[in-house]
Design a protein around this ligand. Structure first.
Ligand code: NAD
Length: 355
């Protein structure tokens, strides 16, 4: 692990094989400088435990960066349950996972991720209070998608201002790949702002909705990445920006909700060299985690959430500017910004301890 560079200053890695319930889970705590390690729990049928460890190490580090740049008092962590989410779920399994989270005494706060539903997390919450992303109860934050979409819309506005010198979006063409939970709300914002929408999805009812409500034009899933547009907004899959797709893009801006849009880090440089402005995904799509994190503050406060989501505009402006000033890709600048924020937190903490 250490040799393969997968440990990147992680604080703790906890593995549990609960023989009674069959639970095999790993929690990775990357960094708690800024607060307890917050991050989702993923259930996935990994081929082997080393793959699961590699994934949880990578994802937990990503959460440290995402939470730091979003300005949250949360560190970064992630957990994985090794299993098939369609076959291996049981109440006992999630209760055992809840006890595992509880055993860390609040150092890790769990939420939903791929393969895990709100209902699953409600079972986990019977064993531990260190869970966020619940749908009911006094502090529940509800569906994160509208907040994620608000943040992406702010990021698109910032990119359009920076790259095209325009305050408004009217008449611009935005190509949206995936009009599911987040994509739908983004289309609504864009339509209200006067943008023309070109969309693709593999789920016909989702397409019908944006066509009838916002007059969107539909193209085949295979064509959306080559649509001539001002903004390309990936809201479906990861790794859509790669060696094959980047040379064929006909956009000036890529700004969307999907996680891990760059197949590899160096694709950020490829976009920059083509003169395409890329909004780093974990910065622009932080609205959801901002909303969920409000639960960890004790009392859910929607105004606090809105203020933090609105600030995504300013954060991205800083990243876009610095990227050009230093001639380095926006994804690299975002990582550095995160590291600077964490380092500053570390210094504050050590001064606090010394005082
Ligand atoms: P979703 O499943 O509701 O929507 C994804 C949509 O993409 C679906 O309608 C699906 O049919 C469509 N799709 C799948 N394959 C496609 C293809 N090849 N071409 C075109 N469309 C395709 O998911 P979501 O919650 O809207 O999330 C969208 C993306 O944003 C994901 O990458 C997710 O990880 C990321 N994200 C979501 C949130 C959130 O708050 N939901 C927060 C941060 C990041």
């Amino acid at each position: 692990m250490i040799e393969t560079n997968q440990f990147r200053e992680h604080e703790q890695l906890v593995y549990l094989h609960d023989k009674e319930t069959g639970l095999k889970a790993i929690i990775a705590i990357h960094d708690t400088t800024l607060g307890p390690a917050g991050g989702g729990c993923r259930m996935w049928p990994y081929d082997n435990e080393m793959d699961a460890i590699a994934d949880v190490l990578r994802l937990s580090r990503g959460m440290s960066y995402k939470n730091a740049v979003a300005g949250l008092a949360l560190g970064g962590g992630k957990s994985v349950i090794i299993g098939n989410p369609h076959k291996d779920k049981s109440e006992e399994l999630f209760r055992a996972f809840g006890r595992m989270v509880e055993s860390l005494g609040g150092k890790y706060i769990a939420a939903e991720d791929v393969g895990i539903s709100v209902e699953d997390m409600e079972i986990v919450a019977r064993e531990t209070k260190h869970v966020i992303g619940l749908s009911e109860g006094e502090h529940a934050s509800g569906d994160p998608s509208p907040f994620t979409a608000d943040g992406v819309f702010q990021g698109i506005r910032a990119a359009v201002k920076y790259k095209l010198g325009r305050e408004d979006l009217s008449g611009l063409t935005v190509a949206v790949q995936g009009v599911g939970h987040v994509g739908y709300y983004i289309c609504r914002h864009l339509h209200e702002a006067g943008a023309k929408l070109v969309v693709s999805d593999i789920h016909q009812p989702s397409l019908d909705r944006v066509v009838s409500e916002f007059g969107a034009t539909v193209v085949d899933p295979g064509e959306i990445l080559q649509v001539e547009c001002d903004v390309l907004c990936p809201c479906a899959l990861g790794a859509v920006l790669n060696d094959d797709t980047i040379p064929n893009l006909k956009t000036t801006i890529v700004a969307g909700a999907a996680n891990n849009q760059l197949a590899r880090d160096e694709h950020g440089r490829m976009l920059k060299d083509r003169g395409i402005l890329f909004a780093p995904d974990y910065v622009i799509n932080a609205g959801g985690i901002i909303n969920v994190s409000a639960e960890a503050r004790g009392k859910y406060d929607v105004e606090w959430v809105r203020e933090k989501v609105a600030n995504i505009y300013n954060t991205l402006m800083t990243i876009y500017r610095r990227s050009d000033e230093e001639n380095r890709p926006t994804n690299v600048i975002a990582d550095e910004l995160a590291e600077e924020i964490i380092a500053a937190g570390r210094e504050r903490n050590s001064k606090g301890k010394a005082a």
